[in-house]
Write a protein that binds this ligand. Structure first.
Ligand SMILES: Cc1ncc(COP(=O)(O)O)c(C=O)c1O
Length: 422
């Protein structure tokens, strides 16, 4: 009985994607119920309501040996970490435990922990920005919480993340293009071998000051369209940020690099359907016979991650297309679609001279222009504009950066600290 209860509860804690892989089919309906709805024990029918994340219980242990902060110009993406981290334990028996902010440091885990054997790890990537006056802002944290979280109160975790980034706010470089990359991570920590839901988990958040992804201006990337490997398959976990989705991309990327390309363009199926680029969502702009430019991105399903930047680009471009909020550089006649696109359409657009832009979107780089796609033994050449960035990519990039840094007032930018009064 205890093990059935633990199965039911732990499946709630490691995301629907993990559930698909780990839960017994008979337990899936329980697992997909909203967490804060009380759940019934499968054997006794008894109501189970375990504690949710509670930011008011936060314990803070300040780091008495803060590190020397490197100059911003020396930062390498994801290599430097701030002085503190946030941890929150979870177990089937006790639910979410006490959140703690403590000095950044190694985790002590038993070698049998599920994370080490069966890739029980789910993560997020988001950013905080600091303005001249010390105001710290998060960009659309609700979206990251929604993507990560099927199980806990995302607002409570956001409150805790705010406390962490404000405590370490001196680490957020103020220079333009710099920010604090935030990495919330949920791992399975049950000490037992055997594939099954983990009865214990640890949620932790670490932060890394980062510079602009392209330090010396936007450099277009070259993609190798790959049919030899798939990033994600129908019915799989590609729509989630599960660690298990990422390691298999390393060999294909190394092979692309050997051929002189920086990223993979992930294709799927006999028709060579476009899905994503490297670890970014994909946008393609094609001009139609009447002069309208269609901005296309593949639809969300099992194989495409619901990117926060993707959603932001879609919302901004649609507002522009409706005439509600014009974005400089975007075509007057713009159509925005989420639809299937196959390589044949791309090669024909190149042949007809109607291919306008291709770019990837993601939290790290925001937008990443593409100037070349290696496909079936030759390169498809894509225009990128004078600064290495096409007009649509530049328009959405400038607008998103303006919102992230607080230069453009917008509800997507969430202030983490009390604004300083003069
Ligand atoms: C596979 C994949 N697609 C797309 C994205 C972009 O998502 P977001 O815009 O939320 O960073 C990411 C990265 O974070 C990713 O890993």
């Amino acid at each position: 009985m205890a093990s059935l209860r633990s199965l039911a509860a732990s499946t709630r804690a490691l995301s629907r994607a993990a559930i698909r892989r780990t839960a017994l089919p008979a337990l899936t309906p329980i697992a997909t119920r909203a967490y804060r709805q009380p759940t019934r024990d499968v054997m006794t029918g008894e109501l189970i309501q375990l504690p949710d994340i509670d930011a008011s219980l936060l314990k803070v242990e300040k780091n008495t040996k803060p590190k020397t902060r490197p100059p911003s110009s020396k930062l390498v993406f994801g290599h430097t970490f701030t002085d503190h981290m946030l941890t929150i334990p979870w177990s089937t028996a006790t639910g979410w435990g006490t959140p703690e902010i403590k000095p950044y440091g190694p985790l002590e885990l038993d070698p049998s922990s599920t994370v080490f054997h069966y890739a029980f790890t789910l993560f997020e990537g988001m950013k905080a920005y600091r303005q001249e006056d010390g105001t710290v802002r998060l960009f659309r944290p609700d979206k990251n919480m929604a993507r990560m979280n099927k199980t806990f109160d995302g607002e409570q975790l956001t409150e805790l993340i705010k406390k962490l980034v404000v405590l370490d706010s001196e680490w957020i470089p103020k220079e333009k293009g710099y920010s604090l990359y935030i990495r919330p991570t949920l791992i399975g920590t049950q000490n037992a071998l055997g594939v099954g839901p983990s009865s214990d988990a640890l949620l932790f958040v670490i932060c890394s000051p980062v510079g602009p992804y392209y330090a010396s201006g936007f450099k277009p990337v070259q993609l190798l369209a790959t049919t030899k490997y798939v990033r994600a398959a129908p019915g799989g976990t590609g729509g989630y940020k599960l660690g298990a989705n990422y390691a298999p991309g390393v060999v294909p990327q190394a092979e692309a690099a050997k051929e002189g390309y920086s990223q993979n363009l992930w294709l799927l199926g006999d028709e060579h359907m476009l899905t994503e680029v490297g670890t970014m969502n994909l946008f393609v702009a094609i001009e139609q016979p009447d002069g309208t430019v269609e901005l296309v991105t593949p639809p969300l399903d099992d194989i495409v991650l619901p990117g926060v930047t993707r959603d932001s680009v879609l919302e901004l471009a649609r507002a522009h297309a409706r005439g509600e909020q014009k974005i400089p550089g975007l075509p007057e006649k713009l159509k925005v679609t989420e639809r299937k696109m196959v390589m044949k359409e791309l090669t024909e657009a190149e042949k007809n001279g109607t291919l306008r832009e291709v770019f990837g979107t993601g939290t790290a780089a925001i937008v990443s222009p593409v100037d070349k796609i290696g496909y079936e033994g030759r390169d498809i050449v894509i225009p990128t504009g004078p600064a290495g960035l096409g007009p649509i990519a530049k328009g959405v990039l400038d607008t998103i950066v303006g919102i992230q840094t607080g230069e453009i007032e917008h509800e997507w930018s969430v202030v983490a600290n009390e604004p300083k009064t003069a």
